[in-house]
Write a protein that binds this ligand. Structure first.
Ligand SMILES: Cc1ncc(COP(=O)(O)O)c(C=O)c1O
Length: 428
């Protein structure tokens, strides 16, 4: 359907048909949720073997009694695993806590309160500071900077990563920029994988930016491929080493969507200076991480190959759900001017761009018949999508039949909201 080509009579006829279809959903008393990128119970079941895996043996390979205090940087086995996921040496990896988001939060807070590096002015004492935010992006990143009153500047995502010309120009013009949030592989929500050229230019930002600028490289979906022969993300640390910009990048990942989302292990990889500074402040907050859980992970994933085998099982469960979303979008919108989307090769999301000005109405219509979608605007700083068009679809949690039902509602809501908006525009 091309609504820009339809006349008023045709649009009114379609509106009546779609409204009737929509009314039909009301009687179904649906209660569906496509909001958050959580693993399903079946995916979590894959790691149930972790329960009791230690069999009473609590010693790490180097003899560390994991039940006791200490070892702030985490046990070697897990630093190695985290390093293998990120493609860096274990010596520059810290394994801590269960949430990479918490590590990002701490990094921002430490830089804000104490400075990004030894001797640096704390961000809080530098006046108005800013972060660059590729959009659409991850709402929880934006929440961290928003809470501290750090101004966020939108930069567009492209098919190969963020608009690097815009980022470099901003950094050259604006001395107040202190950070940049990115998800380099299977970006949340677009699924974009940064090209080698983008990774290299990202690594070079440390040459343009202030010394206390930090690139938050959130590689949450490093091993979350949906298919065999996945795209390969270039190694940013290799470029940084060549360019002398190691201090400008902080890398994050976790096992949240590998083992248990609420009881995994998170990782920070950073230059020796950045890591030492982080540990100095972390050591005030805690005497050490949950090393028993780290050892359980080391037993379950003795190496990267074991971990990748597990990821193939996750992919088998996720593929049909992503396929259902993509099939529905294709069948309904391929030959239309109602929306566009990207086909992700991994990660947890499908990003849909509706016609400008209708995303909030689509989400409202869906909610009114029992289908929860991520709030429109959530993928933008301050919850404000300037064009009101992006909607993030997260099909991992519901069972397949529910994903299909949800999509049936979603496509009707997209069509209905779009036709109504067009009619309104014609009859202002
Ligand atoms: C890009 C991104 N980073 C981080 C997280 C959260 O990771 P963690 O569970 O390690 O805090 C998510 C979860 O949805 C995410 O999409």
């Amino acid at each position: 359907m091309y609504i820009d080509k339809a006349d008023k009579a045709e649009l009114s006829r379609r509106e009546a048909e779609l409204a009737a279809e929509y009314e039909g959903f009301k009687s179904q008393k649906l209660n569906l949720d496509l909001t958050r990128g959580k693993p399903s119970s079946r995916q979590l079941d894959l790691s149930n073997g972790m329960d009791g895996i230690l069999g009473g043996g609590y010693a790490a390979a180097d003899g560390t009694d994991t039940r006791n205090y200490g070892v702030l940087e985490g046990i070697h086995e897990l630093r190695k695993l985290g390093g293998d996921i990120l493609g860096v040496k274990p010596e520059i990896v810290l394994a801590a806590g269960n949430s990479s988001l918490e590590l990002m939060h701490r990094c921002v807070h430490f830089a804000y309160l104490f400075g990004a590096h030894e001797g640096a002015t704390p961000w809080k004492d530098e006046g108005r500071i800013k972060f660059i935010c590729p959009v659409p992006g991850y709402d929880r990143h934006f929440a961290i900077t928003q809470e501290l009153g750090i101004e966020m500047i939108n930069v567009a995502m492209r098919d190969d990563g963020p608009d690097m010309d815009a980022i470099e120009a901003l950094l050259r013009q604006d001395p107040a920029i202190r950070g940049l949030w990115v998800v380099p592989k299977y970006s949340n929500p677009t699924g974009v994988v940064f090209s080698d050229a983008v990774v290299e230019r990202m690594a070079a930002l440390g040459r343009i930016a202030a010394k206390n600028f930090r690139l938050f490289w959130d590689n949450a979906y490093a091993v979350h491929d949906l298919h065999d022969n996945p795209p390969v993300l270039a190694n940013i640390m290799d470029y940084c080493e060549r360019l002398g910009t190691l201090d400008s990048v902080l890398q994050f990942t976790s096992t949240s969507k590998i083992s248990f989302a609420g009881a995994g292990v998170a990782f920070l990889a950073a230059s020796p200076g950045n890591l030492a500074k982080f540990k100095k402040h972390l050591g005030i907050a805690t005497i050490g991480p949950d090393k028993v859980n780290q050892l359980r992970h080391a037993r379950m994933f003795p190496d990267l190959r074991a971990l990748k085998d597990r990821m193939r099982l996750h992919a088998e469960m996720l593929r049909p759900k992503f396929a259902a979303v993509l099939r529905s979008l294709k069948e309904n919108f391929k030959d239309s001017d109602l929306g566009s989307w990207q086909v992700p090769q991994g990660g947890y999301f499908v990003s849909f761009d509706a016609r400008p000005g209708v995303a909030s109405e689509i989400v409202r219509l869906a909610a009114a018949v029992g289908v929860k979608l991520t709030p429109a605007g959530a993928t933008f700083p301050y919850g404000r999508d300037p064009e009101d068009r992006n909607i993030r679809l997260a099909p991992s949690l519901p069972v397949l039949a529910e994903v299909e039902q949800t999509m049936a509602v979603f496509v009707t809501c997209v069509k209905l909201a779009s036709v109504r908006k067009k009619l309104q525009d014609l009859n202002p």
